[in-house]
Design a protein around this ligand. Sequence first.
Ligand code: C2E
Ligand code: MG
Ligand code: MG
Ligand code: MG
Length: 275
Amino acid sequence: AAKAAGKSAYRICTPLLRESAVSRAELIADLRRAVDEGQLRLEFQPIVDLATGAVRSAEALVRWWHPRLGVLTPARFLPLAEEAGLILPIDRWVIHEACRAAATWRKRAPQATVAVNISAAHLRRPDLIATVTAATAAAGLAPRALTLELTESALIESSEAVLDRLGQLRELGIGIAIDDFGTGYSSLSYLHRIPATELKIDRSFVARLDSDDDRAYATVEMVTRLAGAFDLAVVAEGVETERQHAAVAAIGCPQGQGYLYGRPDVAAAVGQNRV
Ligand code: C2E
Ligand code: MG
Ligand code: MG
Ligand code: MG
């Protein structure tokens, strides 16, 4: 109840507070302290096995509980963090927290896994591997229970060094998901180069399944087949309606994520059944 009250209080006051011009410089200064002052929080959104309704996995999504502005979404502060060179401590905090959370889920749901978004800047850093292995070790989490989500735009510029790093992560057992698949430059040759384990079909395609859009349907179907042929897991993102769910299920996409199954929440639904 306290949480619900906190959330609605935030909804009432935030639009007003957002009007007050907070300069970018101020926000960056605040962001510099956010990690140390414990203002970041993770929410977890369920990823559902569409055949059984089981939630075996969840994606960690970061929020900033700003002392004056209320809860800020990643779109509001991650670009600033990137610019100001503050993305690494945030990414590191997220990886550590997500691993800790997944380790607790696995006490009741031994198959549970967690997905974490990794920024392009972090992917370029050789210490990504050290960060990830430190986080799994500290949490006592099996590396195979962790998937890193990377966007196509982050992957497209991938140098040999980055490909090498991804290969090392794979060897550790860590999953590599291509996020928002279909929105970047998804050439087929790049799918051969990236050692991915999973594709996440961007929600723009899923949204269009509502309007009998044959092309959207064909796109989701094609990516699902492609994933099958490449032996990759596949998740349809942004499932909001029963109709989208029915289409995604009819296509045979094995996993779904979206508001229909569950919104991001501080309490993860891993181990429960949705659908
Ligand atoms: P993403 O990785 O594609 O995450 C999915 C986003 O879609 C989330 O937004 C989620 O709340 C939203 N979403 C999920 N289901 C639905 C749905 O059914 N309908 C609609 N309209 N939206 C849905 P969020 O949390 O605002 O995150 C936005 C993006 O910010 C993420 O996109 C991801 O790229 C990035 N991000 C989030 N957390 C982190 C993080 O900890 N580190 C980094 N580096 N990036 C993050
Ligand atoms: Mg993601
Ligand atoms: Mg995504
Ligand atoms: Mg997306």
